[in-house]
Design a protein around this ligand. Structure first.
Ligand code: UTP
Length: 407
């Protein structure tokens, strides 16, 4: 694409201002901006008014595999999981492409030090947990790490410096997720520099399409990986590829296994697993009707009782059928750093525009079947979203201490 073509592309969608500083740029910066215009999908901007994903189908309960069953079948589930892991059929994928804006650190979230008397990094906690399974099964599980162009270099440099916290480097594959443009509340694109349109990672469902674009789905096929455990960077207690979860998902013969925790209270603000028009889905807390809130299962327990924790084991052979076009695009209000009319960088303290994201939970809804698998909240769920308060560094530290982790 040349300058005239790039200019026309942006003029056609009313975004010519991205070339405001063009004449001041070096040749290299000019080419970079034209390349960004060429490569970016701006069609997302049309979605601002649509409120995508708002139309919902008919909800019905989806039974979870609960602790009593897991305990009764522990050996059977564990053996099936260990066999699959030892046969190299499972991989893990760390979602580390997010911006972690709520935590407020400029570094990638995984670099955050949550230690008190010694350094304990978020990445370290996650890798240590995965290493437990590596040791138990004597198998180096393939670990994919998804970054974004914003945090890739810092993430790789940090993990190299820390010697991957003991993980075998040749079993790790990094890839960058795709980016989406960001705009103000009127749909006008922000510029993050004179030569660059503001972009942000395209949501945590970006992992599969980004992986395919990077040609990495070949590794899944070549290595015979049948299951991939996708997990968030910020839950410092989570178990990854733990044999019972792997075994339960395989034996249930489902498209995906989802770790869930029992709701702390009927009105707790978490999305819960359910069926929507007969397919697995997640109903948000504010979508639960009075009737759904009071519905009971066969044991007399609440029928919509299990919240998701962003840890899913996907059957890889079904992923190719999951397509971006069928997934809703979430238009989210966020704080977007940008340059002002004087070309100065502004870091807003309040949301000032929209980002566009696709979410993993919408991938689940494209699959035929799902096993919600109950884990104990206090043992496996310590998310770090904020510096203090709910789901914070403070609350995670308390939970880590309860689980005997030295900080
Ligand atoms: P969150 O939804 O908490 O978003 O991500 P975030 O970007 O980390 O944090 P905030 O909202 O800006 O404070 C849940 C998980 O999904 C990953 C994150 O890295 C985290 O592991 N994620 C999120 C991605 O990998 N890519 C994205 O585009 C968004």
């Amino acid at each position: 694409m040349n300058y005239e073509e790039a200019r026309k592309k942006m003029a056609d969608i009313g975004q010519e201002h991205v070339f405001k500083y063009y004449d001041e740029l070096t040749e290299e910066q000019k080419s970079a901006l034209i390349r960004q215009v060429e490569e970016t999908d701006f069609s997302v901007l049309k979605r601002i008014d649509k409120g995508a994903g708002d139309e919902r189908g008919a909800f019905a309960p989806l039974a979870a595999m609960q602790r009593p069953e897991i305990i009764a079948r522990e050996k059977e589930l564990h053996d099936a999981g260990v066999a699959a892991i030892k046969a190299g059929k499972t991989a893990a994928l760390l979602l580390a492409g997010g911006m972690g804006t709520r935590l407020g650190s400029d570094d990638p979230k995984g670099m955050y030090n949550i230690g008190l008397t010694k350094p304990v990094y978020i990445f370290e906690r996650i890798i240590t947990n995965l290493l437990d399974v590596v040791k138990e099964t004597d198998t180096w599980i393939r670990l994919f790490i998804m970054t974004s162009e914003k945090n890739h270099d810092a993430t790789v440099k940090f993990l190299k410096e820390k010697n991957f916290f003991g993980y075998r480097e040749d079993r790790i594959v990094f890839f960058r997720q795709d980016m989406a443009p960001a705009c103000d509340f009127d749909g006008k694109l922000y510029m993050e520099a004179k030569d660059r349109i503001s972009t942000s990672p395209n949501g945590n469902a970006g992992w599969y399409s980004s992986m395919v674009r990077a040609g990495l789905d070949r590794i899944l096929t070549d290595e015979g990986i049948e299951w991939i455990d996708i997990f968030a960077v910020d839950n410092v207690l989570q178990r990854i590829c733990d044999p019972c979860f792997v075994g339960a998902t395989i034996l249930a013969d489902v498209s995906v296994g989802a770790k869930v925790v029992r709701k702390a209270a009927p009105d707790e603000k978490v999305g819960v697993m359910c069926l929507e028009d007969g397919r697995p889905s997640i109903v948000e807390y504010y979508e639960l009707s009075e009737e759904m809130m009071n519905a009971k299962d066969a044991n007399g327990d609440p029928a919509y009782n299990y919240g998701v924790i962003l840890n899913y084991l996907f059957r890889t052979s079904e992923l190719a059928a999951v397509t971006d076009d069928r997934m809703p695009l979430h238009v989210v209000k966020k704080k977007i750093p940008h340059i002002d009319e004087n070309g100065e960088l502004v870091k807003p303290s309040e949301p000032n525009g929209f980002k566009f994201e696709q979410l993993v939970l919408d991938m689940i809804h494209q699959l035929a079947t799902c096993l919600p698998y109950e884990v104990i909240r206090e043992k496996e769920f310590a998310p770090i979203k904020n510096p203090t308060g709910i789901d914070s560094v403070e609350s995670a530290r308390e939970l880590l201490k309860l689980n005997g982790v030295e900080l």
